[in-house]
Design a binder for this molecule. Structure first.
Ligand code: 13P
Length: 306
């Protein structure tokens, strides 16, 4: 089946009141875990590749993900996560991505509008749909590190103006989440009122970045197996459920998959020091990632929607 665009999948999600996961991949095992969980739960899915992922895996990674996505019996979109420039988005479109994010949220609003509109015009001409962002998340992204105190939550009127001016298809908003495994002390505060206000002005799908749950069970296993992850904290799944109820349709998850992969690899290496078959090391990682993704799909309520 040909890949779906992001808008195909996310419009149905916003209308149906459920969320769809965008899971980052960098290799075969992660992609298999994402697609196997999607098939097992009958869930539409966005497979996301960042610019860093593209640099790491190159065109062979993309060709593999495209081939695997086309084999799936559920709707699959290949999405560029945090495209930093028009050129980067265009390159992804030429490679076969069906959704791109242009992220100029660190620029002034007029630059963000102009650059986003440029990408929207080119992407739409190619049948590809576009995510844009206004506001600023805290945490570590590939090209920028933003301290929590420098995060700027998205203003509803600004979001409406931005979407009208750019014609982007879905909007990433800053509402209290942040990228990475340290999202703040205790349970990070999510500004649900803000999500509701933005959703009341904008009928299009809204996107939550930095949404990983960073499950404490995984963090404990990681540290027990020799990892060193301190002050880990993630977004509570009730906050994700509530956000979805109000209009969040795309939920980005990368950190939880990184954690699951690392936990499983560490556990195998610690418990079987004689093992050196890559399949016996990465196979359990794939299994644990599939479990984590399956649980997320239940929380998002995308399970059963494909
Ligand atoms: P996490 O770091 O919470 O997994 O978020 C990933 C993300 O938003 C990628 O764009």
């Amino acid at each position: 089946m040909p890949l779906a665009t992001g808008l195909d999948i996310l419009q149905a999600a916003r209308a149906g009141g459920y969320g769809v996961g965008a899971f980052n991949t960098n290799n075969m095992e992660i992609t298999q875990a994402i697609l196997e969980a999607s098939e097992a739960t009958r869930s539409p899915v966005l497979v996301a590749v960042s610019e860093g992922g593209l640099k790491y895996g190159g065109k062979p990674l993309i060709d593999m993900v495209l081939a695997m996505g086309r084999e799936a019996s559920v709707p699959v979109c290949l999405h560029l996560d945090h495209g930093s420039s028009f050129e980067s988005c265009l390159r992804a479109i030429r490679m076969g991505f069906t959704s791109v994010m242009i992220d100029k949220s660190h620029e002034d609003e007029d630059v963000n509008v102009a650059e986003t509109k440029r990408v929207v015009d080119a992407a739409h001409a190619a049948g590809v749909t576009v995510e844009a962002e206004i506001g600023r998340l805290g945490g570590v992204e590939e090209h920028v590190v933003v301290a929590q105190e420098d995060a700027i939550l998205t203003k509803p009127d600004e979001a409406e103006r931005f979407m009208r001016a750019t014609g982007a298809d879905y909007l990433a908003i800053a509402c209290g989440t942040s990228h990475g495994a340290n999202k703040g002390k205790g349970r990070p505060y999510i500004d649900h009122k803000r999500i509701r206000e933005i959703a009341a002005l904008l009928p299009m799908p809204l996107v939550m970045h930095g949404a990983s749950g960073v499950p404490s069970a995984l963090v404990e296993r990681l540290n027990a197996a020799g990892g060193q992850l301190a002050d880990a904290s993630g977004i509570h799944e009730d906050d994700v459920r509530e956000a979805v109820k109000h209009g969040i349709a795309k939920i980005n998850t990368d950190t939880d998959l990184r954690l699951a992969l690392t936990v499983a690899v560490r556990e195998v290496l610690a418990s079987k020091p004689k093992e050196f078959d890559p399949r016996k090391i990465l196979g359990p990682a794939r299994d644990l990632m599939r479990e984590v993704i399956t649980e997320r799909m239940q929380v998002f309520a995308s399970a059963g929607k494909a």
